[in-house]
Design a protein around this ligand. Structure first.
Ligand code: NAD
Length: 473
């Protein structure tokens, strides 16, 4: 199969999944409709000067799906194919995702129709800054109203341009750095944000594979150790997910990128592939791997866990019957469309849904936003105190038992946390907690799958929040 299945309408799929879950909710239909609808979408066209001095008109969007919590929150993607429906769908997913991990935001999403791979840095910077100016004009960016983050085709660099532009346009703001998350650490970002989504994916998969009963139902043994994994898209999410799954004992047997795939039955060294890509511009030809011409063929190879981490609509009615993995772990947003999902379900494949699985990014974005509005990093006030308090306990235990720790072990035992320690612990706690909330609902209400459970949990939480606030006026 060589054609790109990336063609369906993600909004229809998200809304179809919403309806599958809505039947399990006791909230009135009108309220459910309010939860479902994308509340605001702004379409804009603006001029950007090209490197040769000519002018190009760029089309862009920002969708704010739900105001039940403020600010709204969601990434900005740079992709030539981005559409209004797509950003509305992705904004809806953000609302549900935030509800599942209890991050107090409504969902949003932005899209700019440019191809980050084929534009100069200068053009990307001018387009990013102009996009922020357009959002600012409509009060669609700011620490209290709408807070973007990285998504497909954007990263720390773009977030730095965004914060700089926003600060210049709003010089009297007290918390300007909280206008966007996913910033570089040196620009008030938070440790662990870059890898947060991938780390959350790895934690979520580890949690799902930890259930002996669930694994037995799909013919697998419990645990991540030795599982054969395929990752589609070695970007910000896919790279860290692959690296951390490998660290946890999984074997990465194939990786797909936009220009083809690589495979090795004995396992691919993810870091080595990343170095090879930095040197050559492609993952193809990495040492010890065989090349697969079409990235879509990679999805159909034999493995235990397939991790689509690139774009939406990658598994459809077209290729779902040929997927061999008993687990599909949705690291990307909407990688399986509704028809593909129904086929995977019929075939007994366990789908770990995007709503839950890739919520690590927004979780750590929440921590970054908190750091920015508090103007202090989370460990600053507590780390030294914890070190002193633990030292007292260890000394008392040594005195009572006569045992003595070596200097190295003593320092390890008493050392206060750094920012990264707190972020990683809180992320792991959030994802684990969310998984069990979704899993328990799935089992206790005998729902058809984890996705319905995830949507139901999210819908009920958002509806409850509308209900307690009342409807204005
Ligand atoms: P990214 O741009 O860093 O990476 C995407 C990768 O996919 C790129 O390396 C790209 O070359 C590759 N790719 C494109 N088309 C492909 C194809 N047909 N086959 C294989 N690879 C292909 O983007 P990202 O931030 O890693 O986002 C990936 C997905 O995860 C998106 O769906 C995004 O919405 C979702 N997501 C991202 C975050 C985040 O924090 N970045 C959070 C939640 C969800």
């Amino acid at each position: 199969m060589d054609s790109d299945p990336h063609a369906g309408n993600l909004l229809d799929d998200v809304n179809a999944q919403f309806e599958r879950a809505a039947v399990y909710s006791d909230y009135p239909r009108g309220l459910l409709d309010q939860v479902k609808m994308c509340n605001v979408v702004h379409r804009m066209s603006f001029p950007v000067r090209d490197d040769d001095g000519s002018i190009r008109v760029v089309e862009a969007y920002r969708a704010e799906h739900s105001f039940h919590r403020l600010p709204t929150k969601g990434g900005i993607r740079f992709s030539p194919d981005v559409t209004e429906d797509e950003v509305c769908a992705l904004a809806s997913l953000m609302t549900y995702k935030c509800a599942i991990v209890e991050a107090p935001f409504g969902g949003a999403k932005g899209g700019v129709c440019i191809d980050s791979r084929n534009e100069s840095e200068g053009f990307l910077e001018r387009a990013t800054r102009r996009y922020v100016a357009e959002l600012n004009r409509k009060n669609m960016i700011g620490p209290a109203v709408d807070v973007p983050a990285p998504d497909y085709g954007t990263g720390e660099r773009e977030m730095a341009w965004i914060v700089d532009t926003y600060t210049a346009l709003n010089p009297d703001q007290l918390n300007p750095f909280a206008c966007v998350t996913g910033k570089p650490i040196s620009l008030h970002g938070i440790s662990g944000r870059t890898e947060a989504t991938g780390r959350g994916v790895a934690i979520g998969i580890a949690e799902a594979t930890d259930s002996a009963e669930d694994m037995e139902a799909i013919g697998l043994t419990r645990g991540i150790e030795g599982k054969r994994v395929i990752v589609q898209g070695l970007g910000k999410v896919g790279y860290h997910a692959a690296r951390l799954l490998q660290e946890a004992g999984a074997r990465i047997v194939a990786i797909a990128e936009y220009d083809g795939g690589i495979a090795s039955d004995s396992g691919i060294d993810v870091e080595a592939v990343q170095r090879h890509r930095a040197e050559t511009g492609s993952i193809l030809g990495a040492a010890g791997t065989r090349t697969i011409d079409s990235p879509f063929q990679v999805l159909e190879l034999d493995c235990d866990i397939l991790v689509p981490a690139a774009l939406e609509n990658q598994i459809t009615a077209d290729n779902a019957p040929r997927i061999k993995a008993p687990i599909v772990a949705e690291a990307a947003n909407g990688p399986v469309d509704s028809e593909g999902d129904a086929i995977l379900r019929e075939r007994g494949i366990l789908v770990i849904p995007d709503l839950f699985l890739n919520a690590g990014g927004v979780t750590v974005s929440y921590f970054e936003w908190l750091k920015n509005i508090q103007h202090v990093s989370p460990e600053r006030l507590t780390s030294r105190y914890q070190e002193v308090a633990t030292t007292r306990v260890v000394k008392a235990l040594e005195g009572a038992t006569g045992a003595h720790l070596s200097d190295v072990d003593f320092m390890k035992a008493v050392k206060g946390p750094e920012e990264i320690d707190l972020v990683e612990a809180a992320l792991a706690d959030t994802i684990t907690h969310a998984y069990h909330a979704v899993h328990d609902l799935w089992k206790s209400r005998a729902m058809p799958d984890l996705r319905v459970a995830a949507y139901t949990l999210a819908i009920n939480r958002v509806a409850q929040s509308y209900q307690v606030q009342g409807i204005f006026p």
